[in-house]
Design a protein around this ligand. Sequence first.
Ligand code: BG6
Length: 478
Amino acid sequence: IPVDPFDLVIFGGTGDLARRKILPGLFRRFRAGQMDAESRVIGAARSDLDVDGYRAMVREAIAEFDPASARDSEALEAFLGRLGYVVVDAMGETGWDDLEREVNSDRIRAFYFSVGPRLFGELAERLHKHGMADHDSRIVVEKPFGRDLESAKALNATLAQHFHEHQIYRIDHYLGKETVQNLMAVRFGNTLFEPLWNSQYVDHIQITVAESVGVGGRGEYYDRAGAVRDMMQNHLMQLLCLIAMEPPAKFEPDPVRDEKLKVIRALDPVEPGDVVRGQYEASSDAPGYNEQVENQGSTTESFVALKAHVSNWRWAGTPFYLRTGKRLKARASEIAVVFKDAPHSIFGAEAGRHANILTIRLQPNEGIELGVTIKEPGPGGMRLIDVPLDMTFAEALGPDDADFPDAYERLIMDVIRGNQTLFMRDDEVEEAWAWTDPMIAEWEARGEPPLPYASGSSGPDEALALIHRDGRHWREIK
Ligand code: BG6
């Protein structure tokens, strides 16, 4: 379904995120007929380009990051024709009058701040000054949304000077992932799971977001952030919220965000002994973390595992184990809901028993799998085995229907539609920092360096011990 005509200005329009995700994503929406022929995308950045130069850059970016779509040259040329470019200085006056002329006031106007947060205030102020911040315009802001509660509050306050909360779209691209939304469909679209979705039936929940890549060229940003600020405070926290929240009355922005906020508020402070931080070492074919960042003695973590408790009626007594890290064994992200054993085995100890596990695979091979106990086939008597009821979306839906839009393109279309359901509200972001701040302060005060772990492993051994000591074990990263 096409969205209404829009003008989308991308500040940082020549940057990495724009080239990698935003522009190829918009092109895919254009090809899919969702972006109407009137709509325009205007790059705004400091690079001294004219519109043809910008189009050439975007053509190259699409060819590099989505070569399959780029082969549709007719569509590509038509899309490039919808692009504009303005040289703009976020900190000065250059280019703002030109931008004002480019942006058509009859259409929906959206401004994507694909720049560092220190420029958010400047951009918001200048949009206001040049009359582009009317009541219907929207701004999209990228993470990192601050680096602690104080800076996040300051950012929220700055943006609020010129925009209402309903105009501010704080992106967490994990919320745009197909399977993440499917998590809500599975929970709230079936009668099967929700009655069991509580501490009476669920033993524990594991959330793993494992990456095989290291920090690459992002060392400068990453070394100031670390795994907790880069991933835990936002992406893993959002996954935790969707798993743990009460059913919202409606799938609408505030009902959903109100429920997520209640989860964050119900989180206990993390006990110092329940956090393990790690940093990857060099391997024979790849440099270690410390060789990839400027500060060779850096104590920033590239891995974190922790145990969290949601202290409310539904979840009291069910721990949530969360871990994320770089340079791990594989790129594999999943949520596993591990149910309790059946209360009594009528088959006796020798038959064995298996807990049911519902696994939501975010990537790769998006899908949902439910482990079910059955009898081992054959004459060997009653022996129980665990078999997966597996719904890999690409198999169950066919390759065409499983060709999901990337998280970014879906979220940008939501911005144009004015749907904030999958975006973070100011109070959510602040509460998430309020939860991570004391944890970070605690280890900074102790001054303990992160534990080294081998590249291609599952993280430090202590992370295994974190769950083993509770008589449980992590699912394998594969
Ligand atoms: C980003 C982080 O938000 O998410 C990166 O800043 C991380 O460090 C990335 O690599 C992971 O996203 P995805 O979609 O590849 O899982």
